[in-house]
Write a protein that binds this ligand. Structure first.
Ligand SMILES: [Zn+2]
Length: 154
């Protein structure tokens, strides 16, 4: 909710021989401030799903309902060309009921045993998230709720 808590450097500008206001050079942030989780799928063709936002964790049921049934599966079926879904190794992504739903909908996906751990640089969406986070860091407003956060992301 507070972009200043995202990893990476914070920047400010200073005039030559000028002073920097204390409020800029020292930023107090809440150590365990509210966080928001975003799920979204992107494709190399340029299409992306609408994002799903939550302040909680994503259970297998929420993942199936909000991420797969409402977003990924319709998105996947829009593609005429052969497409493969590449989730990260989060537990819910490979829960038995999740795999059953993907198989029932003929979604071709990277199998858990073929999915490299600790290799985010290989998943294209990680570059997308880096850009999203970089843009969020430019917005210093603290979102008070999910709707305010969505505005920051827009
Ligand atoms: Zn595509």
């Amino acid at each position: 909710m507070d972009s200043r808590t995202l990893p990476g450097p914070q920047f400010y500008t200073k005039q030559k021989d000028g002073t920097v206001d204390q409020s800029l050079s020292t930023i107090e942030i809440e150590k365990f401030g509210e966080k928001i989780l975003i799920w979204q799928a992107i494709c190399s063709c340029g299409l992306k799903t609408t994002p799903f936002f939550t302040k909680g964790t994503i259970s297998a049921d929420i993942y199936k309902k909000e991420c797969l049934n409402r977003r990924l599966i319709p998105f996947y079926k829009k593609h005429i060309v052969s497409t493969i879904f590449w989730p990260d190794l989060a537990t819910v992504h490979y829960a038995h009921s999740t795999l059953a739903l993907l198989k029932d909908n003929n979604v071709n996906f990277v199998k858990k045993e073929e999915n490299p751990p600790n290799a985010p640089e290989f998943r294209p969406i990680e570059k997308y998230w880096a850009i999203v986070k970089r843009n969020l860091k430019k917005d210093h407003r603290v979102a008070e709720n999910v709707n305010e956060f969505k505005k920051k992301l827009a």
